[in-house]
Design a protein around this ligand. Sequence first.
Ligand SMILES: Cc1cc2nc3c(=O)[nH]c(=O)nc-3n(C[C@H](O)[C@H](O)[C@H](O)COP(=O)(O)OP(=O)(O)OC[C@H]3O[C@@H](n4cnc5c(N)ncnc54)[C@H](O)[C@@H]3O)c2cc1C
Length: 334
Amino acid sequence: MQALREFTTMRVGGVPASLATPQTRNELIAGCLEVWGTGEDWLLLGGGSNIVAADELPLLNVIKVETKGIQLDEIPSGAIVRVQAGENWDEFVAHSVAAGLSGIEALSGIPGTVGAAPVQNIGAYGQEVADVITRVEFLDYETCETEIIENSAMNFGYRDSVFKQGKLGAILWVEFKLTASAHTNKTPRLIEALGDSEETPLEVRKRVLSLRHQKGMVLNDSDHDTWSCGSFFTNPIVPRAMAAQMPESCPRWDVEDETLQKLSAAWLIDNAGIGKNFSIAGSGAGTSTKHCLAITNRGNATAEDVLQLARYIQVNVSNRFGVNLVPEPNLIGF
Ligand SMILES: Cc1cc2nc3c(=O)[nH]c(=O)nc-3n(C[C@H](O)[C@H](O)[C@H](O)COP(=O)(O)OP(=O)(O)OC[C@H]3O[C@@H](n4cnc5c(N)ncnc54)[C@H](O)[C@@H]3O)c2cc1C
């Protein structure tokens, strides 16, 4: 049996009790029902890009979703696209951009599968997948029945959804409404990064990929900075009064709730004295050489090395600024 380190981008994680690799929607349903029927622990695995798995796993049955299929139906404003959960996210972005569709081009280069995209409402440069998902098909762990869940019932928030909040089961396919558009409707964050000139979705995709490459945010076997889960901590959302007490140079952004503001986790880490390329002596984990928000595997890290560094960062940021950083990846088996 292969260890989970073979299937996760952080490249840590021990050997599971079993590993199934369903290729079709029906196989995925059958595989889940079989494992759930045993009452043993289970994990739905996509591309393993948002998981840190323990070195010694308790009895854990892994279902690695490899279902494929993209069905595109044109509508007057663009297209409704239904994508099976195991499709690669970035290949789907490339596919939709090539079809002249806009809505997810700023999410180019994010690793993982389409089925995992709603789980933490993936986002980058001000675009979020919640803005374009219409509904998903879901196999519910509690009822063992399939159901359609509409966008409004997914409780999407910043890196958050009903699936992260504890609704257990498997996302079978995701449906998107994308717009046929010659130019990308740029968010303020995208304008900040790319400028405000008119650009086609394809141009935006190329430029986003290039920016992400520079930051080690596109998977690359030979670049240890990408042996990570991307950003390890979410940007903390704190009371506005607390944000006002932060040094002026700390970037902050308004959120929907006017009493709160979002702070830059990268700034907090950097200003707590933990910069790029930082490692605890003897550890195989370190912050990326390109930015301090990614915890990376420098080659021989254990899951314990990764968590030790995460805790070290949390304690230092909390001591310096009184802010609690919350890990973005799912911690499995600890
Ligand atoms: C280099 C790098 C850059 C990144 N950049 C970004 C970024 O810019 N923005 C961003 O938001 N994220 C980013 N991430 C995080 C990650 O890519 C996303 O969270 C991605 O959606 C995870 O997909 P996955 O298939 O790898 O999920 P996995 O890591 O395999 O699983 C993540 C979670 O989803 C669950 N899950 C997976 N598939 C299903 C399914 N079909 N049904 C139900 N639950 C499921 C798993 O059980 C787990 O809880 C980055 C990661 C890396 C390594």
